[in-house]
Design a protein around this ligand. Structure first.
Ligand code: DGL
Length: 266
């Protein structure tokens, strides 16, 4: 049960999911893979995203993982059906959190900020039809936002400008809940909270994903019951400087106690 959990994203965004898993499941060893050499995934074709995701899955299997978290909405939309059909281990993907937003909205209008790949995918369409058929769903592609986080510029003037451009029109159309449908976007908080203002609730699906991981591990009796010092390993296919800064400054991880490996070729 000490086998690690594998968590991956096109870059550092999935760290917003990693932190929830590490907090909820402090006994688990976790391997994180940031495919930042190929980031962003959002504008890529489904075929390309499947190929990139599969290479990471094979890498994780070579590291003997027991469960894989696709901590990327875009890769989930493009590849999770393929991965589940071709690999036996359990996968947890990012659900666009339309359901909680649709349940909680008072204005009957919710906003979803995500990549083009996520908003154009059949998972988003099915989730919206299932849970939000009587709700107005305002979709917004967050062009340029992933790159800002990847370059460590999530609190820049440019970030503020783009977020105002994307968030304010959704609120103008009546949205009282805004779903962060890309795992990079939680790193824009508190900027998003300030721009959205008090009457608007921002939904980050990451805590629900961590609970799902816990449920599967418990069901399959795969959870690590004790572990004095969980091992955290962070790989990236490109440079790891942004990841190191985010881990230290935002996630408050002591990077002298974890392993960071960069320019890992798959
Ligand atoms: N974090 C990824 C997601 O959740 C970013 C996608 C991209 O690389 O464009 O969709």
């Amino acid at each position: 049960m000490k086998q690690p959990i594998g968590v991956f994203d096109s870059g550092v965004g999935g760290l917003s999911v990693w932190r929830e898993i590490a907090a909820l499941l402090p006994n688990e060893n976790i391997i994180y893979f940031a495919d930042n050499a190929n980031c962003p995934y959002g504008p890529k074709s489904q075929k390309e995203v499947i190929e990139l995701s599969e290479a990471i899955v094979k890498f994780f299997i070579s590291k003997n993982v027991k469960l894989i978290v696709v901590a990327c909405n875009t890769a989930t939309a493009a590849a999770i059906d393929y991965l589940r059909a071709n690999y036996e281990l359990p996968f947890v993907g990012m659900e666009p959190a339309v359901k909680p937003a649709a349940i909680l909205t008072k204005t009957k209008c919710v906003g979803i900020l995500a990549t083009a790949g996520t908003l154009g995918g059949k998972l988003f369409k099915a989730t919206t039809e299932r849970y939000a058929s009587d709700i107005k769903v305002v979709k917004q592609v967050g062009t340029g936002l992933v790159e800002l986080v990847e370059n460590g510029n999530q609190y820049s003037k440019k970030a503020e400008e783009l977020l105002e451009k994307y968030v304010l029109p959704m609120i103008k159309k009546g949205a009282d809940h805004i779903v962060l449908g890309c795992t990079h976007y939680p790193f824009f908080r508190p900027l998003v909270d300030r721009i959205a203002g008090e009457g608007v609730t921002i939904i980050d699906p990451a805590p629900a994903i961590a609970r799902r991981v816990n449920d599967i591990l418990e069901d399959q009796q795969l959870n690590a019951l004790d572990n004095d010092a969980p091992k955290y390993h962070f790989y990236s296919s490109g440079a790891s400087s942004t990841m190191k800064t985010l881990l230290e400054d935002v996630l408050h991880v002591d990077t002298s106690k974890v392993v960071l490996e960069e320019n890992v070729a798959l």
